[in-house]
Design a protein around this ligand. Structure first.
Ligand code: ADP
Length: 209
Protein backbone atom coordinates (compact mmCIF):
# COMPACT_ATOMS: atom_id res chain seq x y z
CA UNK A 1 0.00 0.00 0.00
CA UNK A 2 1.06 3.54 -0.78
CA UNK A 3 1.58 5.68 2.36
CA UNK A 4 1.01 9.43 2.42
CA UNK A 5 3.82 11.77 3.44
CA UNK A 6 2.09 12.36 6.76
CA UNK A 7 1.70 8.63 7.43
CA UNK A 8 5.40 8.09 6.70
CA UNK A 9 6.24 10.95 9.11
CA UNK A 10 4.05 9.31 11.80
CA UNK A 11 5.93 6.02 11.39
CA UNK A 12 9.25 7.87 11.77
CA UNK A 13 8.04 9.57 14.98
CA UNK A 14 6.78 6.30 16.46
CA UNK A 15 10.02 4.51 15.51
CA UNK A 16 12.06 7.18 17.30
CA UNK A 17 9.83 7.94 20.28
CA UNK A 18 7.48 4.96 20.68
CA UNK A 19 5.61 3.94 22.68
CA UNK A 20 3.99 7.33 22.23
CA UNK A 21 0.42 8.53 22.64
CA UNK A 22 -1.66 9.88 19.79
CA UNK A 23 -1.75 13.19 21.62
CA UNK A 24 2.06 13.43 21.61
CA UNK A 25 2.34 12.43 17.96
CA UNK A 26 -0.17 15.17 17.11
CA UNK A 27 1.88 17.69 19.11
CA UNK A 28 5.06 16.82 17.25
CA UNK A 29 3.27 17.38 13.94
CA UNK A 30 1.49 20.54 15.16
CA UNK A 31 -1.84 18.94 14.31
CA UNK A 32 -4.88 18.03 16.38
CA UNK A 33 -5.47 14.49 17.61
CA UNK A 34 -8.72 14.40 15.59
CA UNK A 35 -6.90 15.21 12.34
CA UNK A 36 -4.49 12.35 12.94
CA UNK A 37 -7.12 9.76 13.87
CA UNK A 38 -7.75 8.39 10.33
CA UNK A 39 -3.99 8.08 9.65
CA UNK A 40 -3.40 6.24 12.92
CA UNK A 41 -6.32 3.94 12.18
CA UNK A 42 -4.94 3.10 8.71
CA UNK A 43 -1.40 2.49 10.00
CA UNK A 44 -2.71 0.25 12.78
CA UNK A 45 -5.04 -1.70 10.50
CA UNK A 46 -2.30 -2.16 7.92
CA UNK A 47 -0.03 -3.54 10.65
CA UNK A 48 2.74 -0.89 10.62
CA UNK A 49 1.82 0.29 14.12
CA UNK A 50 0.29 -1.39 17.11
CA UNK A 51 -1.52 0.35 19.94
CA UNK A 52 -1.78 -0.61 23.60
CA UNK A 53 -4.25 1.06 25.95
CA UNK A 54 -2.53 3.48 28.36
CA UNK A 55 0.83 2.85 26.65
CA UNK A 56 0.42 4.30 23.19
CA UNK A 57 1.54 3.48 19.70
CA UNK A 58 4.63 1.44 18.90
CA UNK A 59 6.30 0.31 15.69
CA UNK A 60 5.70 -3.36 14.81
CA UNK A 61 9.00 -3.55 12.92
CA UNK A 62 7.33 -5.00 9.85
CA UNK A 63 8.20 -3.69 6.41
CA UNK A 64 5.61 -3.01 3.70
CA UNK A 65 6.56 -6.21 1.83
CA UNK A 66 6.35 -8.34 4.98
CA UNK A 67 2.85 -6.98 5.62
CA UNK A 68 1.86 -7.60 2.01
CA UNK A 69 3.11 -11.19 2.26
CA UNK A 70 1.09 -11.71 5.46
CA UNK A 71 -2.01 -10.33 3.72
CA UNK A 72 -1.61 -12.56 0.63
CA UNK A 73 -1.05 -15.66 2.77
CA UNK A 74 -4.51 -15.13 4.29
CA UNK A 75 -6.40 -15.08 0.96
CA UNK A 76 -8.89 -17.94 0.73
CA UNK A 77 -10.23 -19.63 -2.41
CA UNK A 78 -13.83 -18.58 -1.67
CA UNK A 79 -12.95 -14.86 -1.90
CA UNK A 80 -11.77 -15.25 -5.50
CA UNK A 81 -13.39 -18.33 -7.09
CA UNK A 82 -15.37 -17.91 -10.31
CA UNK A 83 -18.41 -19.77 -11.58
CA UNK A 84 -17.41 -23.15 -13.08
CA UNK A 85 -18.43 -24.09 -16.62
CA UNK A 86 -19.55 -27.71 -16.54
CA UNK A 87 -20.70 -30.27 -19.11
CA UNK A 88 -22.33 -33.68 -18.90
CA UNK A 89 -20.23 -36.71 -19.92
CA UNK A 90 -22.43 -37.46 -22.94
CA UNK A 91 -21.88 -34.03 -24.56
CA UNK A 92 -19.98 -34.24 -27.86
CA UNK A 93 -16.48 -32.93 -28.38
CA UNK A 94 -17.96 -30.56 -30.99
CA UNK A 95 -20.35 -29.05 -28.41
CA UNK A 96 -17.56 -28.84 -25.84
CA UNK A 97 -15.49 -26.77 -28.28
CA UNK A 98 -18.50 -24.50 -28.90
CA UNK A 99 -19.02 -24.11 -25.15
CA UNK A 100 -15.38 -23.17 -24.65
CA UNK A 101 -15.76 -20.35 -27.20
CA UNK A 102 -19.19 -19.21 -26.01
CA UNK A 103 -18.21 -19.15 -22.33
CA UNK A 104 -14.74 -17.78 -23.08
CA UNK A 105 -12.94 -20.21 -20.76
CA UNK A 106 -9.91 -22.46 -21.22
CA UNK A 107 -10.94 -25.32 -18.94
CA UNK A 108 -14.27 -27.17 -18.77
CA UNK A 109 -15.30 -29.56 -16.02
CA UNK A 110 -17.28 -32.71 -16.72
CA UNK A 111 -19.89 -33.86 -14.22
CA UNK A 112 -22.30 -36.74 -13.69
CA UNK A 113 -26.05 -36.50 -13.02
CA UNK A 114 -25.37 -35.39 -9.42
CA UNK A 115 -23.18 -32.44 -10.56
CA UNK A 116 -20.19 -34.41 -9.27
CA UNK A 117 -16.81 -34.15 -10.93
CA UNK A 118 -15.80 -36.91 -13.32
CA UNK A 119 -13.41 -35.15 -15.70
CA UNK A 120 -11.54 -32.09 -16.99
CA UNK A 121 -11.21 -30.81 -20.56
CA UNK A 122 -8.45 -28.42 -21.52
CA UNK A 123 -7.90 -26.62 -24.82
CA UNK A 124 -5.23 -29.12 -25.80
CA UNK A 125 -7.48 -32.11 -24.99
CA UNK A 126 -10.01 -30.74 -27.49
CA UNK A 127 -7.34 -29.87 -30.06
CA UNK A 128 -5.90 -33.38 -29.79
CA UNK A 129 -9.32 -34.90 -30.40
CA UNK A 130 -9.88 -32.54 -33.34
CA UNK A 131 -6.79 -33.53 -35.31
CA UNK A 132 -7.91 -37.18 -35.38
CA UNK A 133 -10.20 -38.44 -38.11
CA UNK A 134 -13.31 -38.87 -35.94
CA UNK A 135 -16.58 -37.06 -36.41
CA UNK A 136 -16.49 -34.64 -33.46
CA UNK A 137 -20.27 -34.74 -33.18
CA UNK A 138 -20.25 -38.45 -32.39
CA UNK A 139 -17.41 -38.53 -29.84
CA UNK A 140 -18.60 -37.88 -26.27
CA UNK A 141 -16.26 -35.90 -24.01
CA UNK A 142 -15.88 -38.75 -21.52
CA UNK A 143 -13.73 -40.57 -24.12
CA UNK A 144 -11.09 -37.83 -24.24
CA UNK A 145 -11.22 -36.08 -20.84
CA UNK A 146 -8.72 -36.40 -18.00
CA UNK A 147 -10.69 -38.37 -15.46
CA UNK A 148 -11.06 -38.89 -11.75
CA UNK A 149 -9.19 -39.76 -9.57
CA UNK A 150 -6.40 -37.96 -11.47
CA UNK A 151 -7.88 -34.51 -11.06
CA UNK A 152 -6.35 -31.85 -8.88
CA UNK A 153 -9.08 -30.14 -6.86
CA UNK A 154 -9.33 -27.52 -4.13
CA UNK A 155 -11.90 -26.53 -1.54
CA UNK A 156 -13.32 -23.08 -0.74
CA UNK A 157 -11.52 -22.81 2.58
CA UNK A 158 -8.09 -23.57 1.05
CA UNK A 159 -5.47 -20.84 0.88
CA UNK A 160 -5.19 -19.21 -2.54
CA UNK A 161 -1.39 -19.39 -2.41
CA UNK A 162 -1.56 -23.20 -2.06
CA UNK A 163 -3.83 -23.43 -5.10
CA UNK A 164 -1.50 -21.14 -7.07
CA UNK A 165 1.37 -23.50 -6.22
CA UNK A 166 -0.69 -26.48 -7.44
CA UNK A 167 -1.29 -24.69 -10.76
CA UNK A 168 2.48 -24.26 -11.15
CA UNK A 169 3.55 -27.69 -9.89
CA UNK A 170 0.97 -29.65 -11.91
CA UNK A 171 1.41 -27.40 -14.96
CA UNK A 172 -2.32 -26.91 -15.44
CA UNK A 173 -4.43 -23.83 -16.16
CA UNK A 174 -7.39 -24.42 -13.88
CA UNK A 175 -8.51 -26.20 -10.74
CA UNK A 176 -12.13 -26.98 -9.80
CA UNK A 177 -13.39 -25.88 -6.39
CA UNK A 178 -15.34 -28.81 -4.97
CA UNK A 179 -17.59 -29.61 -2.05
CA UNK A 180 -17.66 -33.12 -0.55
CA UNK A 181 -21.07 -34.75 -0.85
CA UNK A 182 -22.30 -38.31 -0.45
CA UNK A 183 -22.48 -38.66 -4.23
CA UNK A 184 -18.92 -37.41 -4.81
CA UNK A 185 -17.18 -34.07 -5.33
CA UNK A 186 -19.70 -31.42 -6.33
CA UNK A 187 -18.16 -28.71 -8.54
CA UNK A 188 -18.92 -25.27 -7.06
CA UNK A 189 -16.27 -23.01 -8.58
CA UNK A 190 -12.97 -22.65 -10.37
CA UNK A 191 -9.60 -21.05 -9.80
CA UNK A 192 -7.50 -20.42 -12.91
CA UNK A 193 -4.24 -18.75 -13.83
CA UNK A 194 -6.36 -15.72 -14.78
CA UNK A 195 -7.76 -15.58 -11.23
CA UNK A 196 -4.23 -15.40 -9.83
CA UNK A 197 -3.13 -12.82 -12.40
CA UNK A 198 -6.12 -10.63 -11.51
CA UNK A 199 -5.28 -10.79 -7.79
CA UNK A 200 -1.69 -9.80 -8.58
CA UNK A 201 -2.78 -6.78 -10.66
CA UNK A 202 -5.40 -5.69 -8.10
CA UNK A 203 -2.84 -5.84 -5.31
CA UNK A 204 -0.72 -3.34 -7.17
CA UNK A 205 -3.43 -1.05 -8.55
CA UNK A 206 -5.94 -1.13 -5.74
CA UNK A 207 -5.45 -1.75 -2.04
CA UNK A 208 -8.99 -3.14 -1.61
CA UNK A 209 -8.41 -6.71 -2.85
P1 ADP B 1 -3.75 -27.01 -22.01
O1 ADP B 1 -3.74 -28.50 -22.25
O2 ADP B 1 -4.75 -26.29 -22.86
O3 ADP B 1 -2.40 -26.39 -22.03
P2 ADP B 1 -3.78 -27.47 -19.14
O4 ADP B 1 -2.31 -27.22 -19.00
O5 ADP B 1 -4.70 -26.96 -18.10
O6 ADP B 1 -4.31 -26.84 -20.50
O7 ADP B 1 -4.03 -29.05 -19.28
C1 ADP B 1 -3.01 -29.99 -19.50
C2 ADP B 1 -3.56 -31.38 -19.23
O8 ADP B 1 -3.89 -31.52 -17.85
C3 ADP B 1 -4.85 -31.70 -20.01
O9 ADP B 1 -4.80 -33.03 -20.48
C4 ADP B 1 -5.95 -31.53 -18.98
O10 ADP B 1 -7.05 -32.41 -19.17
C5 ADP B 1 -5.26 -31.85 -17.68
N1 ADP B 1 -5.80 -31.04 -16.57
C6 ADP B 1 -6.27 -29.77 -16.61
N2 ADP B 1 -6.70 -29.37 -15.40
C7 ADP B 1 -6.49 -30.41 -14.57
C8 ADP B 1 -6.74 -30.64 -13.17
N3 ADP B 1 -7.27 -29.70 -12.39
N4 ADP B 1 -6.40 -31.83 -12.66
C9 ADP B 1 -5.84 -32.80 -13.43
N5 ADP B 1 -5.59 -32.65 -14.75
C10 ADP B 1 -5.91 -31.48 -15.31
Amino acid sequence: MELSKRQERIIEIVKEAGPITGENIAEKLSLTRATLRPDLAILTMAGFLDARPRVGYFFTGKTGSELLTEQIKKFKVQQFQHVPIVLKESVSVYDAISTMFLEDVGTLFVVDDHSCLTGVLSRKDLLRASIGQQDLNSVPVHIIMTRMPNITVCRKEDLLIDVAMKLINKQIDGIPVVRDTEAGLEVIGRITKTTITKVFVELITNDQV
